[in-house]
Design a protein around this ligand. Structure first.
Ligand code: SF4
Ligand code: FES
Length: 379
């Protein structure tokens, strides 16, 4: 998950003090890497956690308590598919007991009407339901799961019946971007209060599907127009969050709102990460919960301190007047493309790798889109 927060203003080079470490606001708990779906754009890592290594119910409950104690307000229960955990009900209770706002990020598969009612009873605050397409045929092809679309439509109905606020998560890419207007209309029809339209990001499994999923520049431009028009038309009715394609931007987004500044992720085996793709950065040491407390990891962990502040930056970021706004962009993208996590995010037009990135995106967007590499689930 990419958290984008434009929480700093632009200032002249050399005038921005390094920010002090503030408490985290949100925690993403990847309860399991198991998932009935096999989306080719999955951002889970290539090496996934086996069932036997997943944190136990009591360990997650302790993590929720510690997270709340250091300032976390919201917990996003994700995966894989969090409903694959038989103890999801207990985990919701544990999170609510810790006074956390609970958001379930789900494909819907594994939820029944009865189970959803039980989650509601235990205090589930919000549901984010993923959407792979606007028809059963297109959605089930991308999700690699027959019957998935129909099940999601049923789940959305149960969520509405329980009165739980619903957000639809629509990952858009070359194969479904031309149906964005229908996607937004479906969100309205399902009674969603919010839709997150996120252009695919090529981390984890998604990297293998760049050529099949990279949107064209025309699609990206059209998508922005559609979003702008729909935002105006649906003001007060549906909130539309939009994460545009990186590759067509002039400047990068402040990935995670700045490294180690707003949130933390815990993987199924308790590894604590500053962002979901951080393990792709070679040379970082990641701590594990419960071996270390979340407080120690957040404030003193090597990985969390690796890219805080501005001292780690190289030129052109080091003297750039946007460094307090985008924090040099995404470290994982710098690693993937420049092979250097300290480099300027190649999405930035000032990066020496920018032209290469744009050319590769352009070539990918016109490549053969027939082959998809589906994600596999761990055992
Ligand atoms: Fe942001 Fe660095 Fe580019 Fe400046 S040079 S806009 S700080 S990524
Ligand atoms: Fe952007 Fe890791 S995904 S910093």
């Amino acid at each position: 998950m990419t958290m984008v927060a434009e929480n700093e203003t632009t200032a002249a080079p050399g005038t921005i003090p390094a920010p002090s470490v503030k408490p985290p606001m949100a925690m993403l708990a990847e309860l399991t890497h198991r998932c009935p779906l096999a989306c080719p754009y999955c951002s889970n890592p290539l090496e996934m956690t086996a069932i036997k290594s997943e944190l136990k119910t009591e360990e997650w409950a302790e993590a929720f308590k510690q997270a709340a104690a250091i300032g976390v307000l919201q917990i996003h229960l994700s995966g894989g598919e969090p409903a694959s955990r038989r103890d999801l009900e207990e985990l919701i209770t544990a999170a609510r007991d810790a006074d956390l706002y609970t958001n379930l990020i789900t494909s819907g598969i594994g939820l029944t009407e009865k189970r959803l009612a039980a989650l509601d009873e235990r205090g589930l605050d919000h549901v984010q339901l993923s959407l792979q397409g606007v028809t059963a045929e297109s959605a089930d092809e991308i999700g690699g799961y027959k019957g998935g679309f129909d099940r999601k439509m049923a789940v959305a109905g149960w969520v509405e019946k329980q009165g739980i606020p619903l957000t639809l998560n629509a990952v858009v890419h070359r194969r479904n971007m031309d149906r964005l207007e229908e996607t937004i209309a479906l969100a309205q029809q399902l009674g969603a209060r919010r839709i997150e339209v996120a252009t695919v990001q090529f981390h984890g499994w998604a990297a293998a599907n760049r050529a099949a999923l990279m949107p064209t520049q025309d699609q990206a431009l059209r998508a922005r127009e559609i979003v702008n028009e729909a935002r105006e038309r649906l003001k007060g009715e549906l909130v539309i969050d939009y994460v545009p394609a990186d590759h067509h931007a002039k400047y990068p987004k402040p990935c995670m709102g700045g490294w180690g500044s707003t949130g933390l992720n815990i993987t199924p085996d308790g590894t604590v990460l500053p962002c979901h793709a951080a393990q792709t950065i070679k040379g970082l040491n990641f701590d594990r919960f419960p071996e270390k407390s979340l407080r120690d990891i957040w404030y003193d962990g090597d990985a969390f301190n690796a890219f805080r502040g501005f001292d780690w930056m190289q030129e052109p970021c080091r003297s750039c007047d946007r460094r307090g706004k985008d924090f040099g962009g995404c470290r994982c993208q710098a690693m993937a493309i420049a092979n250097d996590p300290y480099a300027t995010d190649p999405v930035c037009s000032k990066s020496p790798f920018h032209a290469e990135l744009v050319a590769a995106a352009e070539a990918d967007s016109h490549a053969d889109a027939s082959e998809l590499t589906y994600r596999v689930s761990p055992r």
